[in-house]
Ligand binder design. Structure first.
Ligand code: ADP
Ligand code: F6P
Length: 326
């Protein structure tokens, strides 16, 4: 055990993601097994500043591996964006005897963790967001569950869309990223996938395609919009006016963030949680866990936050052959 760490704090931050509970459980149980004490910090950085902190034992994380959401709750916290809030957090961690912190969250939460690391706090980050928009990792906790949830929902909408011979726009989450749209759209055989990384905003081209495909006998036309491209309801009205075809938009919304985590999300979250504790045991801090190039690994947090992520070329090939991205 790292001789200068006695107690590890764990928090979840940013948008919740299915599998966060599995990560909390893995951090807690691995840490206790390694001889550390564990404190759960509720409501992310907001709860840290409010000193909403509870002691955890192995039973605190019983019966949660199969549950969506996060038993620690989560939040977004403006106060923590500023150095004054971050300095306050450092004092609170000291006051509660928390020697190291595991932050389970997305890119924004990592930036918060980096700020703490720069102030001398021992931190480890675990990637958790349904958006998959963390550059340093090919996998983020919750994405697998979210795309499966979206896929099932889109399949259902497709049934009714075909029956009514409608055009359907289905908007999925992802903030500024298009990964949920990309995966669920390919899996459902969508006619178009519109993502911020690739959409050229040429609606005339889109409308011409809809008319062309209708003429060759298509009974439905499914368009998957990533939320980052704009207002799907307004787009539906414009498409209906231009094509004369009944067009409906459906925003899948928060159902994509909830639900029981898939096997992959539970297992990967468990491995990542355990790895976070192993790093601390070995005296390593200021690192984030990743799954990259097919293996679990970890990076320096400063390096990780400089990384850039691009859509893999294989997706472009599928795009040109099976589906239209614009
Ligand atoms: P996610 O972690 O899912 O990307 P957010 O971007 O909302 O979610 O970030 C979660 C929280 O992390 C924010 O509410 C804020 O408290 C903290 N945070 C985000 N960006 C920064 C930053 N640049 N510096 C310090 N803290 C940040
Ligand atoms: O980051 C996860 C996410 O669900 C994004 O896909 C979405 O843009 C955002 O969070 C919604 O955040 P809120 O819960 O604040 O509405």
């Amino acid at each position: 055990m790292a001789d200068n760490i006695k107690t590890i704090g764990v928090l979840t931050s940013g948008g919740d993601a299915p599998g966060m509970n599995a990560a909390i459980r893995a951090v807690t149980r691995s840490a206790i097994k390694a001889g550390f004490k564990v404190k759960g910090i509720r409501r992310g950085y907001a709860g840290l500043l409010d000193e909403d902190i509870v002691s955890f034992n192995t039973r605190s994380v019983a019966d949660i591996i199969n549950r969506g959401g996060t038993i620690l709750y989560t939040a977004r916290c403006m106060e923590f964006m500023y150095e004054e809030g971050q300095q306050k957090a450092v004092k609170i961690l000291k006051k509660h005897g928390i020697d190291a912190l595991v932050v389970i969250g997305g890119d924004g939460s990592y930036r918060g963790a980096r700020a703490l690391a720069r102030l001398g706090v021992k931190v480890i980050g675990i990637p958790a967001t349904i958006d998959l928009d963390i550059a340093s990792s090919d996998y983020t906790i919750g994405f697998d569950t979210a795309i499966n949830t979206a896929m099932e929902a889109i399949d259902k909408i497709r049934d009714t869309s075909t029956s009514h011979e409608r055009v359907s726009i289905i908007e999925v989450m992802g903030r500024h990223a298009g990964y949920i749209a990309l995966w669920s759209g390919i899996a459902c055989g969508a006619e178009n996938i519109l993502i911020p990384e690739m959409y050229d905003y040429n609606e005339k081209k889109l409308i011409d395609q809809i008319i062309k495909l209708r003429k060759i006998g298509k009974k439905h036309h499914i368009i998957i919009n990533a939320e980052g491209i704009g207002n799907s309801m307004d787009m539906a009205k414009r498409i209906e006016a231009a094509t004369g075809l009944e067009t409906r938009a459906c925003i899948l919304g928060y159902l994509q963030r909830g639900g029981t985590p898939t096997c992959k999300d539970r297992v990967y979250a468990s491995i990542m949680g355990a790895r976070a504790v192993h790093l601390l045991s070995q005296g390593m801090t200021g690192r984030i866990i990743a799954h990259s190039g097919g293996v679990f690994t970890d990076y320096d947090i400063e390096t990780a936050l400089e990384m850039k992520k691009e859509i893999h070329p294989d997706f472009m090939t599928v795009g040109s052959e099976l589906v239209r991205f614009d």
